[in-house]
Design a protein around this ligand. Structure first.
Ligand code: ATP
Length: 449
């Protein structure tokens, strides 16, 4: 975490600059749901794209897919979610507030779902009232499919994207004619009726996941597990996260989910302490075996080398876009003194920055409008850009710094004579003059290399 960032500053910046808004704010909001504004949707898309590029585009052993959010409810029976996807919860008998029992005992507030927390808390942390005994609370949202609302039409909003991959394993294998090891990647919404959403967008009830199920031959699973832990950790560093704020932690045996043989977490140093960004689990052959059993379908893989039918093991790197969004922002946030004024700056990696280039006429003077508009027309074909002519040039630079725009292009009175513009760099504030004819090449050199 940047020492200057606090959750309050981040929430305020996000609202003020159109990154994140509370969902249905005009009606008082709704807990655990958030909306991404004009700049937020850009940053979110950039995170997804950077991930897709690293795990699908640049590899020859991972392919993508996009499964439906609502699936046959048998999926959740087979996966174990109907029976075990629950958190122990206590209610306050006085103020009626509800808490996660494991969070109240102070032990591992970020522990995996399905944990039986030994909750021996007797008093409400809010009002001191008496608490109920812990009860297990299923985190899946229920809905009905079709016109009749009865037990036979109950369906669930998926609590993870993973199961949509397991149930398509055989389809993807046949369609792609690939051999093991084979990964299937997916980005999409997941829903969990979390008892205590909070810490801004860290724990939500609706969020985006980016998951890979990487199918391997049994016996090679541990080695591939190590591979993915390294790959994923390095991805965060490549995207500019400061090394001292990211760590990898191997979970203790008693922290493991029921399906996992071994799990590592990539964690980030948030203001509330080290917390999970991404889990990288060895799920063994649990899921494919369960789906084969419940569906009656053959989900085995024929190994041509040995002539054997096997059930692949699975390594699963699973990250949440919203959590990463918050971590990247926290990490990039900085404040510095420039000529007696505080400059707020998001030192976002250029691949993540919502706006890559801002085009700024020096003033609103009429003569500058046509060349500035022309320059913008050139730039916007290549990059997400903004045109801003309000207020003084200094104020406009600050506004771009505050949302992490790596480059500003300024059109001034000299432009009318020399057909050149000034490129100003966010971090160093250095300025160079380039001819308009060479502008795209100059920007490309700075943004893409
Ligand atoms: P936690 O213990 O924090 O509830 P988990 O261990 O249940 O998380 P997983 O099921 O492993 O989480 O989910 C994989 C990833 O999805 C997490 O690393 C996280 O980035 C993201 N994620 C999970 N739950 C939420 C949530 N409620 N809000 C935002 N992101 C989430």
């Amino acid at each position: 975490m940047s020492t200057k960032a606090t959750v309050e500053k981040l929430v305020s910046l996000c609202k003020r600059r159109g990154l994140v808004f509370q969902s249905s704010e005009i009606y008082g909001g709704i807990g655990g749901f958030w909306d991404y504004g004009p700049l937020g949707v850009e940053l979110k898309n950039n995170i997804k794209q950077a991930w897709w590029r690293a795990v699908v585009q640049e590899r020859d052993d991972v392919v993508g897919q996009d499964a439906a959010i609502i699936m046959n409810p048998m999926v959740w029976k087979a996966s174990g979610h109907l029976d075990t996807f629950a958190d122990p919860m206590v209610d306050c008998k006085e103020c009626k507030k509800r808490f996660r029992a494991d969070a109240l005992v102070g032990a591992a507030p970020e522990s995996a779902h399905g944990h039986e927390a030994a909750a021996k808390v007797t008093r409400c942390p809010e009002c001191g009232g008496e608490l109920t005994e812990p009860r297990m609370f299923n985190l899946m949202f229920k809905t009905y499919v079709g016109a009749v609302e009865d037990d036979a039409s109950i369906a669930y909003l998926r609590p993870e994207t993973a199961q949509g991959i397991f149930v398509n394993f055989a389809n993807v294998l046949t369609a792609t004619r690939k051999k093991l090891p084979l990964g299937i990647a997916q980005i999409g919404k997941a829903f969990r009726n979390e008892i205590t959403p909070g810490n801004f967008i860290f724990r939500d009830r609706e969020f985006d996941q980016m998951e890979i199920e990487y199918f391997v031959k049994p016996g090679t699973d541990e080695q591939w597990h190590q591979h993915w832990v390294e790959e994923r950790y390095n991805w965060y560093l490549r995207l500019g996260m400061q090394k001292e704020n990211v760590r990898v932690r191997q979970l203790d045996r008693d922290e493991l989910a029921h399906y996992a043989k071994d799990t590592y977490e990539v964690e980030y140093l948030f203001p509330m302490g080290w917390s999970e960004l991404e889990g990288i689990a060895n799920r063994t052959d649990f899921d494919l075996r369960r789906h084969a059993e419940f569906s009656g379908r053959d989900l085995e893989y024929f190994d041509e080398e040995t002539g054997e039918h096997i059930v692949p093991f699975v390594i699963e790197p699973s990250a949440g876009v919203d959590r990463l969004f918050m971590a990247f922002l926290m990490d990039a946030y900085d404040e510095e003194e420039v000529r007696g004024e505080t400059r707020v700056i998001l030192r976002l990696h250029k691949d993540l920055a919502p706006i890559k280039v801002a085009v700024l006429p020096l003033s609103r003077q009429e003569k500058l409008v046509p060349p500035a508009r022309e320059v913008w027309a050139i730039v916007r074909k290549h990059w997400m850009s903004q045109y801003d002519d309000a207020q003084s040039i200094g104020r406009r630079y600050r506004r771009q710094d505050e949302v992490g725009t790596p480059l500003c292009v300024t059109v001034d009175f000299d432009t009318l004579e020399d057909q050149a513009v000034t490129i100003r760099e966010r971090d160093s504030m250095e300025q160079v003059r380039v001819p308009i004819a060479g502008l795209v090449a100059a920007l490309r050199e700075r943004l893409e290399e």
